[in-house]
Design a protein around this ligand. Structure first.
Ligand code: DX5
Ligand code: ZN
Length: 224
């Protein structure tokens, strides 16, 4: 099912509970939580205690995106804190197969993420393991950046490969998603569209979420 996945990076962290409630009431099912370590990306966000607090106030599926250099060390802490699914960057994992399997062994779905400069082909040997593939459509680290159009070709390639291999992973995209490009992204075959700025900085979070969802569902047509 095509989903809009609100990213709390653009939310007001002083009112995080209310912000999350707004998207939950508007009908979101997944919530994207960006974890940055100031090393893999040049920015810092939150750690396991904040994920635990979010876990305590929402039933949304917590889609935790680790933008950190040592996911093997920290993924268990985020799972312990209540993450429902975790994605790790291909670029951060020299032993990607092992990192994904370690997450799976702890009982939650694992996803793999690629940066704009990383080709889809590098994921070939882990596509059978993952629940979702996250295509970064901006260079990770900050919200509010411009969508990189070449990401659409990666989405199409992932759709093709999924069909050829008979696999079931979801295709997620993250960065610069807004009303103007959501339709095109869904038509390329994307299932989950992460959106921070366009949802939480719109002035009316619930309306912006619903509008994006309407555009996405219309573009999905029969794929719904
Ligand atoms: C960027 C993060 C994104 C970010 C997207 O590194 O991974 O999840 O919140 O924000 P927008 O929608 O503002 O591009
Ligand atoms: Zn993200």
């Amino acid at each position: 099912m095509v989903q809009i996945v609100p990213s709390i990076l653009a939310a007001d962290f002083a009112r995080l509970g209310e912000e999350i409630e707004r998207v939950e009431q508007a009908g979101a099912t997944l919530l994207h939580v960006d974890i940055m370590d100031g090393h893999f990306v040049p920015n810092l966000t939150v750690g396991p205690p904040v994920v635990r607090s979010i876990r305590n106030i929402t039933k949304l599926t917590l889609d935790v995106h680790l933008m950190i250099s040592d996911p093997d060390k920290y993924a268990p802490m985020f799972i312990e804190a209540g993450a429902d699914q975790i994605s790790v960057h291909q670029e951060a994992c020299p032993h990607l197969d092992g990192t994904l399997r370690a997450i799976l062994e702890r009982g939650i779905p694992a996803g793999v993420v690629i940066n704009p400069a990383t080709p889809v082909e590098l994921l070939e040997n882990v596509l059978g393991l993952v629940n979702h593939v996250l295509v970064m459509s901006v260079n990770p680290g900050f919200g509010g950046q411009k969508f990189i159009p070449q990401s659409l070709e990666k989405v199409r390639a992932l759709v093709r490969r999924r069909r050829e291999l008979g696999l079931k992973y979801w295709i997620e995209i993250d960065g610069g998603i807004e009303a103007d490009n959501a339709g095109e992204i869904v038509r390329a075959g994307c299932d989950w569209l992460v959106s921070g700025t366009a949802v939480f900085r719109s002035g009316d979070t619930a309306a912006a979420f619903r509008r994006l969802r309407e555009i996405a569902r219309e573009a999905a047509g029969d794929r719904l």
